[in-house]
Design a protein around this ligand. Structure first.
Ligand code: C2E
Ligand code: MG
Ligand code: MG
Ligand code: MG
Length: 278
């Protein structure tokens, strides 16, 4: 009898829903508990300035250690969290934890900002500025030590509202960068309206540097960014060839496996010591 039931269930799952949908539903259900059960942690990935040969900052990347399924990638759980609205409490936690960690590093001699990825959902809460203010105060963190990463797709929402919230955030002294630049709905015509401090060139550009037309695009972006007073950070820097191409094009801040993979907070001090010696 049990076997038959099992078989029936199997049929229900594969025929009507498909394996992926079942997994998604499962993750959706489990995500509700993940925060209170402390299943999240953050890995930090360094950004390195090759011109000054100094650390530029760290990006906080959220990780979900699922009790049964193991590590679930953010590419899988972030969209679910956005759909369900859970991204809001999750980001609150990430922001808080990243700021706490940054203030700990500060006391240990690392004086570089940490960046946190934001979903458009946070802007829709209309209390993002209050949240950021509160967290900075709580950890007595210099606002310059926090950077928020937004994405191009946000311009599809209420642009004027997002701009005004970003202005308030920058008035606090917090930095803002545009993540994955060049892949989304190109916001190039809006760059003079959206208040940001830096552009993060998407990894796809770095992967395609042998292509002369791609290099031309990067070069143009770098020149434009200079005129607009924006830093440019290249994502996905994996080898010396990437570094050579990028520096030739005037891009000096790099993030990628070559400099450091995302790592747990405990590993960061060791990494920083090694980087200082190198
Ligand atoms: P992202 O913000 O563009 O983050 C960079 C992603 O590229 C990270 O993937 C990082 O591990 C990966 N990466 C970094 N260097 C290299 C490299 O040299 N080569 C390759 N192949 N990959 C590299 P990850 O950690 O899987 O995160 C994926 C995306 O999930 C992030 O892309 C970000 O959009 C999102 N995400 C992560 N944490 C959060 C969060 O707390 N909140 C929100 N809203 N989104 C998050
Ligand atoms: Mg990012
Ligand atoms: Mg990115
Ligand atoms: Mg990216």
């Amino acid at each position: 009898k049990a076997k038959k039931l099992g078989k029936n269930q199997f049929c229900v799952y594969t025929d009507e829903m498909g394996v992926q949908e079942v997994r998604k539903m499962e993750l959706e259900k489990d995500l509700q508990l993940a925060l209170e059960q402390r299943q999240f942690f953050i890995e930090y990935q360094p950004k390195w300035n090759v011109k000054t040969n100094q650390l530029y900052g760290f990006e906080a990347l959220l990780r979900w250690q699922h009790p049964r399924l193991g590590l679930v990638a953010p590419g899988e759980f972030i969209p679910i969290a956005e759909e369900t609205g859970l991204i809001i409490p999750m980001t609150r936690w990430t922001l808080e934890e990243a700021c706490r960690q940054c203030s700990v590093w500060h006391s240990q001699g690392i004086h570089q900002p940490v960046s946190v990825n934001l979903s458009v959902r946070l802007f829709q809460t209309n209390c993002l500025v209050e949240l950021v203010t509160h967290v900075l105060q709580k950890w007595k963190l210099d606002p310059q030590m926090l950077e928020l990463e937004i994405t191009e797709s946000m311009v599809l929402y209420d642009l004027n509202d997002i701009i005004s919230q970003l202005e308030d955030i920058r008035k606090l002294g917090v930095r803002v960068s545009m993540d994955d630049f060049g892949t989304g709905y190109s916001s190039i015509g809006l760059l003079d309206r959206i208040p940001i401090d830096a552009l993060k060139l998407d990894r796809l550009f770095t992967n395609d540097l042998e292509t002369p037309s791609k290099r031309a695009i990067i070069h143009a972006i770098v020149l434009m960014a200079e005129q607009l007073n924006l830093d440019v950070i290249a994502e996905g820097v994996e080898n010396e060839e990437h570094i050579d191409f990028l520096t030739e094009l005037g891009c000096y801040v790099m993030q990628g496996f070559f400099y450091g993979k995302p790592m747990k907070s405990e590993e960061v001090m060791k990494w920083a010591d090694r980087a200082a010696d190198a």
